[in-house]
Design a protein around this ligand. Structure first.
Ligand SMILES: Nc1ncnc2c1ncn2[C@@H]1O[C@H](COP(=O)(O)OP(=O)(O)O)[C@@H](O)[C@H]1O
Ligand SMILES: [Mg+2]
Length: 373
């Protein structure tokens, strides 16, 4: 798929901007702080309902405005669709597809697909487990948009279970009363059922992406690997199938119940898991050099791109400000790898940062004005 037109209103620094787009490579070039990333961030938002830079919507709305609109015309084969999101921080966001307002924001998932690589991705390797969980969960949602529903079910069940545990913890502390815990049993089952579905998808994804990431790393940094992606579940065990994962979670929940009631939070489940990234025999986090960490993060994104393409879900590839960080050799390898993509959006501070093989459309971005050059 590719985007044929992007239109923003009160999004970030843009009061209003219209950007026609073509398949192939498009580079947005301009000095820092001019609004290049803001453009590709908007495209990424349509694909994930989130920003790669901030965790809340408020900063995405232009200072002084009360809502932002992202609109994109999308072409998938012969099919054209218009998707539109209205971001209302503090209130529910709204969505439209082909001007019909009878849709929820999550219904737009799957129409725009992106794989976005940006400097923030260093956190995939160096950051907290939450960064890697988000990586996995965004990708499973790109592979299968219905997983958005499973993710939000999980979040809801977790929240309600935590509320129950918190009041159990309080009741215990004040007056030593014990609460009727039979409702907790029911929430255990909900959590394990939805959690098992999420876990099964994560494990399947990791198995699919591991060889692709290893291959991408080898192309970027020959001889530097191998990479190993090891899932570390908070509920110990080796289960892979959904039924077994359910039992594994139920067993782990039973084991930690006393602690959970003391602390008032859910201690096992996909929200507490991690993905260990290994380079050679060492963990990447804490051991890999800056350059290796970059290549690792990039390899994960390229693997995501390869996987989606191989499964017939060709995404838009977004490379935000990444060429300047790479040495000439990695730059050229990356450029060769991505040049044949259906649509590649690149941002760079200066023309020279965009490798020559990535010929295509150029836009200058200066003070919020986006102009074809
Ligand atoms: N919500 C907002 N309202 C107004 N301006 C914003 C908002 N968010 C970011 N900006 C401005 O956008 C600019 C950064 O744009 P960005 O696309 O990140 O730049 P770059 O061209 O370097 O990628 C900054 O000048 C920042 O002040
Ligand atoms: Mg930028």
């Amino acid at each position: 798929m590719h985007v044929t037109h992007l239109s923003l209103a009160d999004f970030r620094s843009y009061a209003g901007v219209e950007v026609p787009l073509e398949p192939g490579v498009t580079a947005f070039v301009g000095p820092n702080g001019q609004g290049k990333t803001n453009l590709v961030e908007a495209v990424g938002y349509l694909a994930t309902l989130g920003s790669h830079r901030v965790s809340s919507d408020a900063p995405l709305v232009r200072m002084g405005a009360d809502r932002a609109i992202i609109r994109a015309q999308v072409k998938q084969g012969e099919r054209q669709q218009l998707v539109e999101l209205e971001l209302n921080p503090g209130r529910a966001n709204r969505a439209r597809i082909n001007r019909s307002s009878q849709v929820r924001p999550r219904d737009v998932l799957g129409i725009v697909r992106t794989v976005l690589f940006a400097p923030e991705d260093l956190a995939l390797v160096k950051g907290d487990p939450g960064e890697r969980r988000r990586f996995l969960d965004e990708l499973i949602t790109l592979r299968s948009p219905r997983m958005a529903g499973v993710r939000s079910d999980y979040d809801r069940v977790l929240k309600q279970r935590n509320t129950l545990l918190k009041s159990a913890a309080l009741a215990r502390r004040h007056g030593g009363r014990t609460m009727d815990l039979s409702t907790l049993d029911v929430w255990d089952q909900h959590l394990a059922r939805v959690g098992a579905e999420l876990l099964a998808q994560r494990l399947d994804l990791i198995a699919a992406i591991q060889p692709l990431a290893d291959k991408a790393y080898e192309q970027l940094a020959p001889g530097g690997g191998p990479l190993a992606l090891e899932y570390k579940p908070s509920a110990p065990g080796e289960a892979h199938a959904r039924e077994e994962l359910y039992e594994q979670l139920m067993g782990a929940l039973a084991e930690v119940r006393k602690q959970e009631i003391e602390r008032g939070v859910t201690l096992v489940g996909p929200h507490r898991d991690d993905l260990h990234l290994k380079l050679g025999s060492l963990p990447a986090k804490g051991y890999a050099s800056h350059g290796e960490s970059w290549s690792y993060a990039l390899a994960l994104r390229l693997a995501s791109y390869d996987l989606l393409r191989a499964e017939g879900n060709e995404p838009v590839l977004v490379l935000d400000d990444v060429f300047a960080e790479l040495d000439t050799r990695r730059r050229e390898r990356l450029a060769e790898l991505v040049a044949p993509g259906e649509q590649v959006l690149v941002t760079a501070a200066v023309d020279d940062d965009v490798p020559h093989v990535l010929a295509g459309a150029r836009y200058s971005v200066s003070d919020g004005v986006v102009e074809r050059v």
